[in-house]
Each structure stands twice: as C-alpha cells, then as structure tokens.
Design a protein around this ligand. Structure first.
Ligand SMILES: [Zn+2]
Length: 174
C-alpha cells in the first residue's frame, strides 16, 4: 500500500518544513501565500530540456525553493520501479517516487555542476531543493541529479543542459 506524502504533508506540513528550513538557513520563510510544498513563487514552462521549473521571483543563494514530494516506497517497491526517472532515494529503505504531477519539483531539470543553480538536500527524511547561487526571476532552476542518474538516463542520448563541460563524462546532445 502506497503512502501518499501529500496527505501526510497536509496537516501542519509547512510548520514542520519551516522549522527545518530555519535550522538550515537561519531564517523563517514567509510561505503563507504559496501552495503546499512551494517555498518560492515558481512557474512551470517549456525550457531547454522539455518542461522546466522557473523562478517566479528573485531567490537568494541558500534559500529553499521547493520540497520534492511523492509516494513513499520501501526498498522492495522501489526495486520494482527500475524505469522511473523520478525516484529519489532518501535512505536505503525509503524512496520518494516523485512521478505524480502534484510533485511540482519533478519539473526541475538536471544540469551538470557547471550550470546548476540549485541542489537537493535531505533533511530528516525529506528532500528540499535549495539555491546554491542567486537566481533571478525568470531563470530556469536546475540541479545536478548525480552520477548514477546521468549514466542511466542521460548518457545514452547526451545531456541537454547549458554547461560547456558536462559532468560524469556525459556528452552534449547538440
Ligand atoms: Zn550537462
């Protein structure tokens, strides 16, 4: 039986998330006006590699942008889903399947180290996308998905990110 993380998050999720964020960044975000797992104003639209996630406001380095949510899988369930591109392994026995469209963080595309402006951070079993550079309104938000993902899902058709030198030996798709 799958556990829908969105359901778990509904009650007091932001309070908990904000506490975690305060620990990470030292500030309490004002997220009253934003939907569920969003911490910054964001837009989903066509980017260089299909649909992408774009900043709807200026974001400062170190700020949390969005939480990566999904259905919670144990190791056995996750092992069966070998083809999904949206699996995020949090611990050995906890994987977030971020495939559902209500996980808006799934639209955040991969970029190699040189071009990434965000990173994923695991805190208390939850995954947050955090800015590692100042991001201007209108810029696409991308983070490095890591070597395993790149070799499995990107390597064979080339990386579409804007970096001149791609990480993990990936070739450019251009
Ligand atoms: Zn790349």
């Amino acid at each position: 039986m799958l556990t829908k993380q969105s359901k778990i998050l509904k009650s007091g999720s932001k309070k908990i998330a904000n506490k975690i964020i305060k620990k990470i960044t030292g500030v309490s975000p004002n997220t009253k006006h934003l939907p569920d797992h969003h911490f910054k104003v964001l837009k989903v639209k066509r980017g260089v590699a299909g649909l992408g996630l774009f900043a709807g406001e200026n974001i400062k380095k170190g700020e949390i942008i969005i939480e990566y949510i999904g259905n919670i899988l144990n190791k056995e369930e996750a092992d069966k889903k070998t083809t999904s591109q949206y699996l995020f392994e949090v611990t050995r026995n906890k994987t977030i399947d971020g495939t559902p469209r209500w996980n808006v963080a799934r639209y955040c595309n991969h970029a190699c180290e040189e071009a990434a402006n965000a990173e994923s951070e695991i805190k208390k079993g939850r995954v947050f996308i955090k800015a590692i550079k100042n991001i201007k309104e209108g810029e696409e938000i991308c983070y490095d998905y890591g070597e395993e993902f790149v070799k499995e899902h990107i390597g064979h058709h080339g990386c579409r990110c804007v970096a001149k030198n791609h990480s993990y030996g990936a070739l450019s798709s251009k």
